[in-house]
Design a protein around this ligand. Structure first.
Ligand SMILES: O=C(O)CCC(=O)C(=O)O
Length: 305
């Protein structure tokens, strides 16, 4: 069993945010190759996926689909879709003021939109039953799969915050994690300047790693192999398809350009749901649960099965 070096003293989130320097955690001098389109996902690309844990592919969505998905998100953000019961998650610094903010102010300060595919048909058509995407997912997982999570990841100009390095499997109660695939689709140009994806090739092959709660639920900063970081810029409609065990993260958006993306996760048909205790066995810290699904810090023996 691996153990995580304990932080000298617990630090609050606000402190944790102001103390870190994103320049120490990301590098920008290596860029992932971009396949020109879904047809280029051949046997060699599948080998690269097995080796690196991700593929970057252009033209997964058409320009019309990108425009429709973008409009769909804009409608959600401006509450034009009655009955939407998902979640708008504010940028960190707006959390306290959020209840008093107008809808337009909220739309400009939202970091994440959760659980919208049952309410927003344009994004649903992409997430479920999209012929191109479904073909890619089946090819990479080796079997059919079903949607287990939908979210939009927005980085407003200047304030879009970092998503620290992590493995997505730390957030999911599905097993085995090797059979969960993430699809991150750019709706705006995703660039090194506005906080595009970064990944550490091959990290998915080391299996589940303990996560801690510092700026977010994340890999401990000191355990990230920053020297092997690869930037994954994408044009609108381009997608990064990646293993749920891949170490990945996104630095803050310090540019004047907006960065919107949608992200869908799929579990292969052969996956099964696992209990919190089983999940804790994969993403533990000492004898305490440090996964990203709630119950953090609870001794293993006290976790609900
Ligand atoms: O798009 C982002 O900023 C972060 C995406 C990501 O890695 C995640 O939410 O799992």
């Amino acid at each position: 069993m691996t153990t995580v070096a304990a932080h000298a003293a617990p630090i609050g989130r606000a402190n944790a945010r102001s103390l870190y320097d994103s320049h120490d955690l990301y590098r920008y001098d290596r860029t992932a190759p971009l396949l020109p389109g879904p047809d280029a996902v051949d046997a060699a690309a599948r080998e690269a996926f097995a080796r690196d844990g991700f593929l970057a592919v252009a033209n997964v969505l058409t320009p019309d689909e990108v425009a429709e998905a973008t409009q769909g998100l804009d409608d959600l953000l401006h509450a034009r879709l009655p009955g939407y019961e998902g979640i708008l998650q504010p940028e960190y610094e707006y959390r306290e003021r959020w209840p008093e903010m107008s809808q337009a102010e909220k739309a400009a300060a939202t970091r994440k939109v959760w659980r919208f595919v049952d309410y927003e048909p344009r994004n649903r058509r992409i997430a479920i039953g999209h012929p191109v995407l479904e073909g890619l997912i089946t090819k990479l997982l080796g079997e059919p799969a079903h949607l287990i999570q939908d979210m939009a990841l927005l980085k407003p100009p200047h304030i879009g915050s970092e998503k620290p390095w992590h493995q997505d499997a730390a957030y999911f109660g599905w097993y085995p994690p090797e059979k969960i695939l993430g699809v991150w689709i750019a709706l705006d140009p995703a660039t090194p300047e506005n906080g595009c994806m970064h990944a550490i090739p091959g990290t998915h092959r080391s299996g589940p790693a303990p996560h801690v709660h510092v700026r977010d639920c994340q890999l401990p900063d000191e355990r990230v192999a920053v020297d092997q970081d690869v930037v994954v810029p994408l044009p609108p409609g381009g997608a990064m398809l990646f293993s749920a065990l891949l170490h990945h993260g996104t630095p803050p958006n310090q540019s004047p350009a907006r960065r919107w993306a949608v992200q869908f996760h799929y579990a292969a048909a052969s996956c099964r749901e696992i209990t919190r205790r089983e999940h804790a066995d994969l993403f533990f810290e000492g004898d305490r649960y440090a996964g990203c699904r709630g119950g953090t810090g609870t001794p293993l023996a006290e976790l609900e099965p």
